[in-house]
Ligand binder design. Structure first.
Ligand code: T5A
Length: 318
């Protein structure tokens, strides 16, 4: 378990007012997720699979079934002077309001080479050390079918068809990923950390590809539905830095989107920043130009402040 220290005192300030310092707890889980847990599809392997080892670490509380509602029978045993309706209805309504056990859904977004994959691994390790059953996954990909589509899209084979076709391909891959990997994990109470998600379609195909926003919204509605992220960490750094990092990485040629020009990547950064500003409750803008340890700590602060970690383990760490 990486036990990392606080950021150095001279660490640069967060990049914007919505950045990690805006630790406004928004801990409400995303509303009723239409989980298709337990389906045969749910057994499909996600890639990458860094979180397999964490399966047994699920906090008991996350899996505990809701307590049964108090029975209305008690009310009838009360003296006749007391109205029977109050005790009979109150426990029932409390039971109805009790949430179905569900995990949390965190997404990492940002431009090329921003450090999403690096930080996903680090966040998973910290969540697991905090006693959370945490699963790492990515887009495009994360399920058998979606990984096939990843290859198709990132090879550039679909580029001649245009951004609208690419948006639908990303959406189709996402639908499979949600059904096979994300929803089953959330339904069992796991936390899912995903490298890119629907915001990438909004930005790459929507904002930059000029695909009609109504189509982007409709695709999101149909594929994502209620499985919206509880927290989106947007890693922000100048496009030049991100591209330099991606290029310095050995053993890999530039893919379909990395090979776009600098102006594309600058516009990309601005679109992600605008997204963070437009949804501050869900999004935290993280200054990703700092060293990896400092970025990791900033992410951990944002996650701890906005989502409720298992209390006992969290106290032990501090
Ligand atoms: N896409 C995706 C769409 O257009 N629409 C969609 O709907 C979706 C879902 C996916 C592509 O698909 C597009 C967007 C993408 O172009 P990908 O291969 O998954 O392609 O690529 P990216 O998601 O862009 O991820 P990258 O692998 O390029 O970059 P990361 O994950 O952001 O960065 P990472 O962690 O691999 O780091 C890059 C290098 O920098 C170093 C790392 O060691 C590594 O060498 N690094 C740092 N160096 C200095 N300081 C730090 N803080 C560092 N952090 C990492």
């Amino acid at each position: 378990m990486p036990s990392r220290t606080s950021p150095p005192a001279n660490a640069p300030a967060p990049a914007s007012p919505t950045a990690e310092s805006a630790a406004k707890p928004t801990a409400k889980p995303t509303a009723k997720r239409s989980a298709k847990a337990g389906s045969a599809k749910g057994k499909a392997k996600a890639e990458p699979t860094p979180a397999k080892a964490a399966k047994s670490a699920a906090p008991k509380s996350a899996k505990a079934p809701p307590k049964p509602a108090k029975t209305a029978g008690k009310a009838t045993a009360k003296p006749a002077t007391k109205p029977a309706t109050k005790p009979a209805t109150k426990p029932a309504s409390r039971a109805a309001a009790r949430p179905v056990p569900t995990g949390r859904f965190i997404t990492l977004e940002g431009g090329e080479g921003a450090g999403k994959s690096t930080q996903l691994r680090r966040l998973l390790a910290r969540l697991q050390a905090a006693g959370v059953d945490a699963v790492g996954t990515r887009e495009p990909g994360g399920s058998t079918g979606a990984e096939i589509m990843r290859h198709l899209i990132l090879s550039g084979a679909a580029k001649p068809l245009g951004p609208l076709a690419e948006a639908t391909l990303f959406a189709a891959a996402r639908a499979d990923h949600l059904d096979a990997t994300i929803r089953p994990a959330l339904a069992r109470g796991a936390w899912v950390v995903c490298d890119r998600f629907a915001d990438s379609t909004r930005v790459y195909q929507g904002a930059l590809g000029n695909v009609d926003p109504r189509l982007i919204a409709a695709l999101e509605e149909v594929t994502v539905g209620e499985t919206r992220p509880d927290l989106t960490l947007i890693l922000d750094l100048p496009a030049e830095e991100g591209l330099a990092r991606a290029a310095a990485r050995s053993g890999r040629d530039a893919d379909r989107f990395e090979s776009e020009g600098l102006s594309f990547h600058r516009a990309l950064r601005e679109a992600f920043r605008a997204l963070a500003m437009s949804e501050p409750e869900r999004c935290a803008l993280i200054d990703a130009s700092r060293d990896a340890d400092t970025v990791e700590e900033a992410i951990w602060q944002a996650v701890s402040a906005r989502l409720k970690l298992p209390a006992a383990r969290r106290r032990r760490r501090s």
